[in-house]
Design a protein around this ligand. Structure first.
Ligand SMILES: *Cc1c(COP(=O)(O)O)cnc(C)c1O
Length: 385
């Protein structure tokens, strides 16, 4: 098939040509001055995307590695953890904590909805002896296309001293996040979502309060150890060999992101969400996520009766070379997910909506041809707000 594939996954996401080129450079000494300059520059850049002035370590790992790093550095065996879950990734964070010996109390919410801060407040208020050491929660829940209001969750914790640890892997750079202003202690992310570079880097930002707690932590760890990581960072190095090529890519991607401005990036993703959701609705299809908590990074579309989400996905691939994600676990074949984060344009989304109309018609679902496209075009016309 001619032309490039449309990769509409909630990670990995498309790579800009500039970034691709930047990664195509020779190796350098990871303990030399050239790498030190890159490391310090990207550290500053990633911290500015987080909205933090505190600590950041970058690991050669997928996002889950960063989640594990946060658990083994800041949670000790036996610690009580309140795990808020609204989907697959919330469950994963809870499982990691449990695997490393935490006593996990899980607070689950219906898939497709965000966590209710009042329920969190209630759970926190019950802990009179302040035994909960950490609250772990997902920022953007990729499996359901729903996000949590992290600021409201922090407020619901009132003056409880538990650390607030947030999985921002798919949210950071696509959805508002202000680590220091909101009082988040630990926040994890990864390279293959809104950062527009390939998979392979895990980010862990943490507050000085978290660092203090790390000092008394006795969990098992070696590769992820924060004390080692910070010791090397002071010298402009990483504890172990970094993924140098990905750092080249990150440096280039950050210069694009900082030129655009974080606020503008967030607004752009908000427009994608609104455009896609209104087009899908105009086509007569339903969305999983509730309106107020719908993700700006990924939209979960329920396959209309009988159509079968995976069949729609394979038609999109075979007919148009467009890749969309499936549903996870109990949502497999029930819905598909359109990723719209990172290096995506409104025009790409318009093409995908047009293709989807054809595929839906061919799948025997009554769509008025042009209904979604028309809605999306109208949206683009008034795009400047
Ligand atoms: C992608 C993602 C992860 C990490 O997944 P990896 O496959 O380990 O990179 C974690 N949390 C969320 C919310 C994600 O979207």
């Amino acid at each position: 098939m001619i032309g490039q594939q449309y990769l509409l996954l909630p990670g990995p996401t498309p790579i800009p040509e500039r970034v691709q080129q930047a990664m195509n450079r020779p190796m350098i000494n990871h303990r030399g001055p050239e790498f030190r300059d890159i490391l310090l520059e990207v550290n500053r850049g990633v911290k500015s995307i987080y909205g933090t002035d505190h600590n950041l370590l970058i690991y050669p790992s997928s996002g889950t590695g960063a989640l594990e790093a946060s658990i083994v550095n800041f949670i000790s065996p036996g610690d009580k953890v309140l795990a808020i879950s609204i989907g697959v990734f919330g469950d994963r964070f809870a499982s990691i904590a449990q695997n490393f010996g935490a006593q996990v109390e899980k607070l689950s919410f219906k898939w497709g909805q965000g966590a209710d801060p009042n329920v969190v407040r209630e759970a926190i208020s019950k802990d009179k002896e302040k035994r909960i050491k950490a609250v772990v929660v997902t920022h953007n829940e990729t499996s359901t296309g729903t996000y949590n209001d992290i600021k409201a969750i922090k407020e619901a914790m009132q003056d409880h001293p538990a650390l607030l640890m947030v999985d921002c892997v798919s949210g950071l750079g696509a959805l508002e996040f202000q680590m220091d202003a909101w009082g988040v202690d630990v926040a994890l992310s990864g390279s293959q979502k809104a950062f527009m570079i390939p998979p392979g880097l895990g980010f862990m930002a943490f507050s000085d309060r978290a660092l203090k707690i790390h000092g008394q932590n006795n969990n098992h760890r070696f590769y992820w150890d924060v004390t080692e990581g910070l010791k090397y960072l002071e010298k402009g190095q990483t504890a172990f060999t970094p993924a140098i090529s990905l750092f080249y890519g990150l440096q280039e991607a950050l210069s694009m992101m900082l030129a655009e401005g974080v606020d503008n990036i967030i607004k752009r993703h908000l427009r994608y969400r609104n455009m896609v959701r209104s087009a899908i609705r105009a086509m007569g299809m339903d969305l999983l996520a509730a309106e107020e908590q719908a993700s700006t990074a990924v939209t979960a579309v329920l396959a209309p009766g009988g159509a079968g989400a995976n069949q729609i996905r394979s038609r999109m691939l075979n007919r148009f070379n467009i890749v969309v994600a499936g549903g996870q676990q109990e949502l497999d074949d029930v819905m598909f997910r359109l990723g719209h984060l990172g290096y995506v344009r409104e025009l790409d989304l318009l093409a995908v909506i047009a293709a989807l109309e054809i595929v839906m018609l061919e799948s025997g679902f009554k769509v008025e041809l042009g209904a979604g496209v028309n809605q999306a075009q109208k949206f683009m016309l008034r795009a400047e707000d």
